[in-house]
Design a protein around this ligand. Structure first.
Ligand SMILES: CCCCCCCCCCCCC/C=C/C(=O)SCCNC(=O)CCNC(=O)[C@H](O)C(C)(C)COP(=O)(O)OP(=O)(O)OC[C@H]1O[C@@H](n2cnc3c(N)ncnc32)[C@H](O)[C@@H]1OP(=O)(O)O
Length: 288
């Protein structure tokens, strides 16, 4: 497979880029629903085919979206408004906490309920993709959401001694700014009144916020390692009647290592989306 990048200069953003694009390329992974794409490899596969996922299939997702149109639009509008509001509440709580206390110590504890609620609610993003009401790649959404859920529940919630680390603030701030921008982008897009600065923010902020967030996450996991090793938490030792063993410490090391191949894929995916949406480029996969 060779990659050909064309500047479409259509200026119509993602939707125009989609309609100008060629028929979808067969995907390396089969998808699980008509509206879902299942690869991180190319942006037009992620979004531009609108969900037609198998070779030779007609574009199903646009049809499906039309059929589900009203219900899907109402639900997504509600969902995005709720998520924007949730992350705004979180942002205000963090700013207020810091202004009142002058320290980040105790910040996580004070906002943890809101954070857990809204970040867990974001699992619905995988469902949205699986049922085909958004064309985002299920793998991209899955990696993004599961790494957040992992950070919230299996790291910061479970390992109290690391809750006051500066690195926690780092990823909290990166997540919060990102999500306010992202969900308001979706909301205004659905309402057909997208201010340019929100579109610009959605496809520019991540350039800094993604590495900042990932650095915060990795430093937090790193800070958790000594505690996990000392306590043996979430680990299963032999001998036991099931004859299985699991070491959470090594699991964390493997998770940290998995950022090396996975994060660049997410980052480059976003850079491709940025070129497509802000500069109207069409990225075309062609068979040699
Ligand atoms: C068990 C342990 C697992 C651990 C795994 C470890 C490895 C992890 C490695 C990587 C870790 C990453 C950690 C993340 C950290 C951070 O988040 S730091 C903060 C900065 N973060 C960001 O900037 C995130 C940016 N990334 C993204 O936005 C995502 O990749 C995305 C959320 C999945 C979005 O992907 P994308 O394909 O670009 O989707 P969109 O362009 O947004 O959407 C495509 C179309 O779908 C429509 N749409 C999507 N969602 C909605 C919705 N909720 N409502 C309405 N519409 C939606 C969207 O509008 C697009 O439609 P069109 O405009 O018609 O194209």
């Amino acid at each position: 497979m060779g990659r050909l990048t064309e500047a479409a200069a259509a200026g119509g953003g993602a939707s125009a880029a989609r309609s100008a694009g060629p028929p979808p390329t067969p995907l390396p992974l089969s998808s699980t629903s008509p509206g879902c794409t299942a690869t991180m490899a190319s942006s037009e596969e992620d979004g531009a085919n609108g969900g037609a996922s198998e070779a030779g299939e007609e574009r199903e997702a646009p049809g499906k979206r039309r059929r589900l149109g009203l219900l899907a639009t109402v639900w997504l509008t509600f969902y995005n408004i709720a998520m924007t509001a949730g992350w705004l509440v979180l942002a205000i709580a963090m700013v207020r906490f810091y202004m009142e206390k002058g320290t980040h110590k105790g910040l996580y504890k004070s906002i943890q309920k809101t954070l857990k609620f809204f970040q867990t609610f974001a699992l619905l993003e995988i469902v949205h993709c699986l049922i085909g009401i958004v064309p985002t790649s299920v793998i991209v959404a899955g990696v993004q959401v599961s790494s957040r859920i992992f950070m919230v529940w299996l790291i910061t919630h479970s390992i109290k001694p690391i809750q006051n680390e500066e690195s926690v603030v780092l990823f909290l701030v990166a997540w919060t700014v990102t999500e306010i921008t992202r969900y308001s982008f979706y909301t205004f897009s659905l309402l057909d009144h997208l201010p340019y600065f929100i579109k610009w923010a959605r496809y520019n902020f991540f350039i800094i916020l993604y590495p900042v967030g990932v650095a915060g996450e990795l430093l937090t996991i790193y800070a958790a390692l000594p505690y996990v090793k000392k306590t043996g938490m979430f680990s299963i030792r032999l001998p036991n009647k099931y004859n299985v063993s699991f070491d959470y410490y090594y699991f964390l090391l493997i998770t940290m290592a998995s950022y090396i191949p996975l994060f660049p894929q997410l980052y480059f995916h976003m850079l491709r989306q940025r070129r497509k949406v802000l500069h109207g480029e069409v990225i075309v996969e062609k068979d040699d």
